[in-house]
Design a protein around this ligand. Structure first.
Ligand SMILES: NC(=O)c1ccc[n+]([C@@H]2O[C@H](COP(=O)([O-])OP(=O)(O)OC[C@H]3O[C@@H](n4cnc5c(N)ncnc54)[C@H](O)[C@@H]3O)[C@@H](O)[C@H]2O)c1
Length: 377
């Protein structure tokens, strides 16, 4: 299969054509350089004719939590002049319900000649960063076309490389399916996060009580954390809330609880630090990404906490072996941070942090472990 990758960022196009990776993802680097060398993948910043078009551009929200579909609609308008009869257009970006239909309308506005001759399908991504290559091939997928023919064509396309089961449906159901998957995860994490705050008020160790509750055969409470980040769980529930505000009270509350958890935890950290009664304490924060072992800082609660701490305290040292430099954040190595910190705050469960238990210096510090690394026994 000959693949052309289109990206509006020149730097991404250049990196891909050189066979170098612009993101952190295990095993992807080798595969990328292999397919670029074979010339089965080339990248460019403009669109061209193809049999199948896949749209996987960002779908963020605007300031007021209104979905921002501008990237999807721009991508649609970029490909429309190149479409020919019987082409298949697949949207993979996470989208509000009805987006595939809107994309079709936009295509017809530009190209009325394509009415009834273009096939649109929605097939959401389900990959976990850090395991993308494996999951892309093995996960089950939901595929919904605007028509039965579009669904069938999209199934035939994914059958070429997906080993997991492919489930046909219609476009609206597929769009909804992705949104409820993420709203479900967000709501369940909110339950754990709310419990952790209740437990603190009751002076009960949240992780211990959750472990005990999970001994019940039909209970499976998730782990609490500093909040919920990333461009999926922290964003997608708003797509449901925006469209059906009166019917999404639980989903809205869950989002609010997860946002509140980050602020609540920051207040807890202030109290812990202030209990040291130390002038200008040196505070080492471990982790700024939105989850462990990846470089992504989008909507990251850990980053928000570090930014809030930086406003209140002068001496913040931040450690993150995965993240790229962030403006206003002073990144140092674990060794540098441990050498001088009075307080060590663990906000992300990166694997390299687990090794710090061997480091005796950790035992002499105030250690605040909010991601269950169990660093100081
Ligand atoms: N990454 C994941 O793990 C994951 C998982 C599930 C769903 N999704 C969904 O997939 C979509 C993309 O996510 P992502 O993390 O890859 O986004 P991203 O922010 O990394 O953006 C992907 C690329 O799209 C490019 N782009 C923007 N507008 C473009 C255009 N008009 N034409 C061509 N390229 C354009 C950007 O330059 C960027 O390189 C989102 O809707 C997201 O919710 C992602």
């Amino acid at each position: 299969m000959a693949v052309t990758g289109i990206d509006t960022q020149e730097s991404v196009v250049k990196a891909v054509n050189k066979g170098t990776l612009h993101i952190t993802e295990p095993d992807l680097s080798g595969l990328l350089s292999q397919v670029v060398q074979k010339k089965s993948l080339t990248a460019q910043s403009t669109t061209k004719k193809a049999d199948t078009f896949i749209i996987a551009v960002p779908t963020p929200f605007k300031e007021n939590k209104v979905p921002d579909l501008s990237f999807v609609l721009t991508a649609i308008s970029m490909i429309t002049p190149h479409l020919t009869k019987d082409n298949l257009v697949i949207i993979e970006s996470t989208c509000p319900v009805g987006t595939s239909q809107e994309a079709y309308k936009n295509i017809l506005n530009q190209r009325p000649d394509l009415k009834g001759h273009i096939h649109i399908a929605y097939c959401p991504e389900r990959v976990l960063p850090g395991r993308i290559l494996y999951e892309l091939e093995h996960n089950e997928r939901v595929i919904g076309g605007l028509t039965k023919v579009a669904t069938d064509k999209a199934i035939q396309f994914y059958e070429k490389f997906v080993k997991g089961n492919l489930f046909p449906t219609n476009a609206k159901t597929a769009e909804m399916c992705k949104l409820i998957e993420n709203a479900y995860r967000d709501t369940n994490i909110a339950f754990a996060n709310e419990l952790s705050m209740v437990c603190k008020a009751e002076n009960i160790a949240a992780n211990d009580v959750i472990t005990l509750a999970n001994k019940h055969p039909r209970v499976n409470i998730l782990n609490p954390g500093p909040g919920v980040g990333g461009h999926c769980l922290a964003v997608d529930p708003w797509f449901l809330i925006h469209k059906q505000p009166k019917l999404t009270k639980l989903i809205h509350t869950a989002r609010t609880v997860n946002l509140e958890k980050t602020k609540w935890l920051t207040q807890e950290i202030y109290q812990e630090i202030d209990s040291l009664n130390k002038k200008d304490p040196r505070i080492a924060c471990f982790g700024i990404t939105y989850k462990a072992d990846i470089d992504d800082i989008r909507q990251s609660p850990a980053l928000q906490i570090v930014q809030m701490l930086s406003k209140k305290y002068k001496n913040i040292l931040t450690v993150d072996p995965f993240a790229d430099p962030v403006q206003g954040i002073h990144l140092v190595t674990s060794e540098e941070a441990l050498a001088s910190a009075d307080v060590c705050i663990f906000l992300v469960a990166h694997k390299p942090f687990k090794g710090l238990i061997q480091n005796n210096t950790l035992k002499k510090k105030l250690v605040l472990d909010y991601v269950n690394l169990k660093l100081v026994p």
